[in-house]
Design a protein around this ligand. Structure first.
Ligand code: SF4
Length: 451
């Protein structure tokens, strides 16, 4: 099979498995530290509540007919790593081109090694679109990513999330009711939000990060807004400022702040919207004078990175090159040498021709995989504590083996389907993003990401 983002050929000498590292910590074989020893156990121990899982957003209404995560059959819980590996490989062999397996960069290595494509959420959704003949797309990521794959794949293709409890804590921080309420309150302060001024710009353009539910993407599509990724956030903000006097950016405050700051927007013109407080906790003047209204959301993984960690890396590794993800807090991005998306980080390391020490501020599964793939460099995670994305971690190989063997048996478990009334405007918001181009005088995306 031709792959756009093939799983890397890993060096034998370096074990990229975060699960092995956590098992060693829990057993006492390693003196490293982990943020949660619970991660050593099977995720089914924490998924006892049958339901939609955290899904797109815990606050969203569960769609009618949506699948519920049942208990993983005992045989998959009892199977060891080798047995699950063999069963997954055998099921994939049987299914052939009928199924395609997607693995997010942050997915655990025991799952990623079976992926036909490895990439970020948008790369994977785009790759799914290229495989119109596959009957099933098994998406080893989190819920909003499977939704995006469903939006971009064919109507007769089933997008399957192996464990419905694999949500995203950041996506959960903006649910559709909160965003609708925010929009109404902004209209009270700013006037009718669909009426342009003399320059043809409306009072506010909503921009949502890819890491949000389909319901939020649909909201944005209905209100003249657009989706962004961490790779194209600046281009998208430029698109939005050409059409609106200000931007409402959700759910990740850090990506919004870091990007807008890089474009010259003053911090005092970036009020934070706390959905639990009237006017988001702001006075009306702050909203009137704003340029970017930042939603009170963040990634629990990228929030762990600190300036102290960067200082320590520089002290212990003179000449270290520090690259962090723009979901990190502003002080961390400011203290790093570079900031960019997972794809940027991967390409920056791949492009280094001389042996280099890299301290990387992003999810540890990706960092360890890069360390294994490029043994000529020293690559380590800025955070010394082994702390993966715990929701992505819910896709244990036991769940992957289960869904693949269900497909072999002619059943389609855990299908993620975005309802048409949400899907149509959500696709519109994605299409606007795909069509957005930086203004002629603006920086290219690569320049945006390299500070
Ligand atoms: S790393 Fe952060 S943003 Fe990505 S899926 Fe996990 S919680 Fe969500």
């Amino acid at each position: 099979m031709t792959t756009l983002f093939p799983h890397p050929s890993l060096a034998d000498a370096i074990d990229p498995s975060v699960d092995h590292a956590i098992q060693a910590i829990v057993s006492g074989a390693s003196t490293d530290d982990t943020c949660s020893t619970d991660l050593a156990a099977g995720p089914w121990n924490f998924d006892t509540r049958p339901g939609y899982g955290p899904g797109s957003s815990m606050g969203d209404v569960i769609p009618v007919g949506a699948p519920r995560q049942g208990e993983l059959p005992q045989e998959y819980r009892d199977a060891d790593e080798d047995e699950l590996h063999a069963r997954i490989a055998a099921a994939k062999e049987t299914l052939g081109d009928r199924v395609i397996v997607m693995g997010h960069f942050y997915q655990r290595d025991e799952v990623v090694q079976h992926a036909d494509y490895v990439g970020d959420s948008f790369q994977l959704a785009t790759a799914a679109k290229e495989h119109g003949r596959a009957e099933a797309i098994v998406f080893c990521g989190v819920h909003f990513m499977a939704e995006t794959a469903d939006l971009l794949s064919g109507a007769d293709q089933a997008v399957i999330l192996p464990n419905l409890a694999a949500g995203c804590s950041m996506a959960d921080m903006a649910d559709i009711d909160q965003v609708e309420e925010c929009w109404e309150q902004l209209a009270d302060v700013l006037g009718p939000l669909d009426v342009p001024d003399a320059d043809g710009r409306v009072p506010v353009i909503p921009v949502t990060y890819m890491n949000s539910s389909a319901a939020i993407k649909g909201f944005v599509g209905r209100h003249g807004g657009i989706v962004c990724t961490s790779s194209n956030a600046r281009t998208v903000l430029e698109w939005a400022f050409a059409r609106g006097r200000r931007v409402l950016f959700f759910p990740d405050q850090h990506l919004g702040r870091n990007t807008a700051k890089g474009m010259g927007v003053a911090l005092e013109q970036m009020p934070m919207w706390n959905p639990r407080r009237p006017l988001g906790g702001n006075d009306a003047d702050a909203l009137v004078n704003s340029q970017v209204i930042l939603w009170h959301g963040f990634c629990s993984v990228h929030r762990r990175f600190t300036v102290d960690q960067i200082d320590q890396a520089r002290a212990e590794h003179p000449g270290v090159r520090v690259i962090v993800h723009p979901e990190c807090p502003m002080e961390v991005v400011d203290a790093a040498d570079e900031a960019g998306s997972t794809d940027y980080i991967r390409k920056a390391i791949a492009a280094a021709t001389e042996p280099t020490t890299f301290a990387v501020g992003t999810e540890i599964n990706l960092v360890r995989r890069l360390a294994a793939q490029y043994p000529q460099h020293e690559i380590f995670c800025l955070d010394p504590v082994v702390c993966p994305c715990s929701t992505m971690y819910r896709i244990h190989p036991g769940y992957l083996a289960w869904v693949l063997e269900e497909l072999v048996a002619g059943r389609t478990p855990n299908r993620i389907t975005v309802p048409a009334d949400v899907a149509d405007p959500a696709r519109l918001a994605l299409e606007r993003m795909l069509a957005a181009r930086p203004p002629a005088a603006a920086s290219t995306p690569a320049q945006v990401e390299t500070r």
